[in-house]
Design a protein around this ligand. Structure first.
Ligand SMILES: [Cu+2]
Length: 151
């Protein structure tokens, strides 16, 4: 019995098929098991003035979630920029979902708009900041907002 010659075109076809299968598997896994929200994501914004951008569907560089904001005694001025293509808002809510501060639900930033949002909660605790547009929080526009005596 003669040994069949190695065919590079057949080998390339098999490799391409396996790579394609792995790629489809990755896409499927990502759709069925979306990555967890990066709440905090390691970054903490502190100080009297912080810069924050919002986009689809998160804050600053994170695709989902955003950096932790720590406000001494709940006071901070946020320079908020909508770098996304949708309208976005800004609210601080309790862990139970109650409105604590920020913009009214219907007061939204247009794409490209920059707004200074002054926060003065005058209470200590661990809260969240979110985009209040329907469905945006569920897509990832939520991150920790901490009000501590010192940050
Ligand atoms: Cu939004």
């Amino acid at each position: 019995m003669t040994k069949k010659p190695f065919r590079i075109d057949v080998a390339a076809g098999i490799v391409a098929g396996l790579v394609g299968l792995a790629w489809i598997g990755l896409i499927w896994t990502n759709l069925v098991f979306p990555p967890a929200l990066q709440l905090g994501g390691g970054a903490i914004l502190t100080g009297a003035n912080v810069q924050l951008s919002e986009h689809e569907w998160g804050f600053n560089q994170f695709a989902k979630g955003g950096p932790t904001i720590c406000a001494v005694n709940g006071t901070v001025t946020i320079t908020l920029k909508n770098t996304g293509i949708n309208f976005h808002g800004f609210q601080i809510i309790s862990t139970a979902g109650a409105f604590l501060g920020g913009l009214n639900k219907t007061d939204l930033l247009t794409p490209g708009e920059v707004r200074q949002v002054k926060i003065n909660l005058q209470q200590l605790g661990d809260f969240y900041y979110i985009c209040p547009v329907s469905g945006h929080r569920q897509k990832g526009m939520i991150a920790p907002f901490l009000c501590h005596a010192s940050c």
